[in-house]
Design a protein around this ligand. Structure first.
Ligand code: DOR
Ligand code: ZN
Length: 426
């Protein structure tokens, strides 16, 4: 029997409203008990004195690029970056090549994950065939094969009739539908947020309204269909308000925010800064504050990275030509501690819930908890240790981050999946 005892950590588990210093005993990949002074004889022990011990973090929005774009990331390299960021489970978006729009691709991803991934991989299936927004994909087949949600992420479902039918299908299968909220007619080839900064830089803008219009439409459709509807990478102040409104109405509407959208604004975009180019774009200071307020108030349910690796060659292009997206798995916790916890915007319980019980609930995963009997996925992290992010030592195959060289206060120390320490800080 494989045994691991994590000693003397501060266990913080929002699923049980728990915050106490004690030991956690793990046997054969499962949490056995939580108590003081558990005997470590015959077991591997990990001294977590002075550290926080939380349920394993879940990132519900990751791009792994396999199959099709393995030069930017693979299931293996992405899972290593996840482990180094404290994540024990990640969900992979379907915008691979081919698109994950049928059970064969879903199965392929699950098979590769079983062989090569260090962390749990949950595929997200496409809403429409080839994510073209016209014909519904084989949603039921993908669900049967392991898809935990559907999304055409990278693109919205532009046609409202198709979106409504997709929500009906999602509702009948009890799967959440995750929307990339962008009205393409309004964003119309824009490159960054439309505002003073885009004017200064002479770049075509993406107005906030392109996001807001889609969030509004979808909330209406979520009410009509009864679907579980989730807003991906929410970035606009009005969208935060609309999600809060939908929750007050009792709709099954949830939302996630990325670290970059609560840390950076459009004013931070340097000329030619491809590592500040993503969708949705970095918005204005008022949006950044609104996203943070949405996180503190509970309007936003999860922190997700939208880890979007792109090769160095692609990101060396001009701002106009380089692809949208930045990596984020390894910096998410450090940024959340800095901007949310140390800044006093959230409690430690809230912070951990956003990385664990929040996403687990949205996706109905049997994870995100340290209850006895649960899978022993654990994230051990420091609140105060200082460290500096060096992207050249990243486990990701890509380097596209605006946070290289950033100093952090607190971050991941060890990552445990099914009772095995799969990563520890050097
Ligand atoms: O910045 C982004 N990159 N936003 C998306 O929605 C897609 C993603 C990607 O796949 O690169
Ligand atoms: Zn994405």
């Amino acid at each position: 029997m494989a045994r691991l005892v994590i000693k003397n950590g501060r266990i913080v588990d929002p699923s049980q409203n728990l915050d106490r210093v004690c030991d956690v005993a793990i046997e054969d990949g499962v949490v056995r008990e939580m108590a003081e002074g558990i005997a470590g004889s015959g077991a591997e022990t990990f001294d977590a004195s002075g550290l926080v011990v939380a349920p394993g973090f879940i990132d519900m929005h990751v791009h792994l690029r396999e199959p099709g774009f393995e030069q930017a990331e693979t299931i293996e390299s992405g899972s290593r970056a996840a482990a180094a960021g404290g994540f024990t489970s990640i969900c992979c978006m379907p915008n691979t090549h081919p698109v994950n729009d049928n059970p064969e691709i879903t199965q392929y991803i699950c098979d590769r994950a079983r062989h090569f991934a260090l962390v749990n991989i949950y595929p997200i299936g496409a809403i429409t065939k080839n994510s073209l927004g016209t014909e519904l994909a084989d949603i039921e087949g993908m669900k049967r094969t392991g898809a935990v949600a559907i999304s055409d992420d990278g693109k919205p479902v532009m046609n409202a009739r198709v979106a409504q039918r997709a929500m009906e299908a999602a509702a009948s299968l009890d799967l959440p539908l995750i929307e990339h909220c962008e009205d393409l007619d309004l964003s119309d080839g824009g490159l960054m947020h439309e505002g003073a900064r885009s004017k200064d830089l002479g770049l075509r803008g993406i107005p906030r309204s392109s996001e807001d219009v889609m969030v509004a439409r979808d909330i209406i459709l979520a009410e009509v269909t009864g679907a579980r509807y989730h807003v991906a990478h929410l970035s606009s102040k009005y969208s935060v308000e609309m999600v809060a409104f939908a929750k007050r109405r009792g709709l099954k509407v949830t939302a996630e925010a990325t670290p970059h959208h609560f840390v950076l604004a459009d004013s931070d975009v340097p000329p030619g800064g491809c590592n500040h180019k993503m969708k949705p774009p970095l918005r204005e200071g008022g949006d950044v504050s609104a996203v943070k307020r949405g996180i503190s108030s509970g309007a936003i349910d999860a922190i997700a990275t939208d880890h979007a690796p792109h090769s160095e060659a692609e990101k060396r292009e001009s701002f106009e030509r380089c692809p949208f997206g930045i990596i984020g798995l390894e910096t998410a916790l450090g940024l959340a501690l800095e901007q949310l916890y140390h800044a006093g915007a959230v409690t430690l319980q809230q912070l951990i819930r956003l990385f664990t019980w929040g996403p687990a609930t949205i996706l109905s995963l049997d994870r995100g908890t340290l209850r006895p009997g649960a899978a022993a996925d654990v994230t051990v992290f420091a609140l105060d240790d200082e460290w500096t992010y060096d992207v050249n030592r990243s486990a990701s195959k890509s380097r596209n981050t605006p946070f290289d060289g950033r100093k952090f206060r607190g971050g991941p120390v060890a990552t445990v999946v099914a009772g095995e320490i799969i990563w520890r800080r050097e």
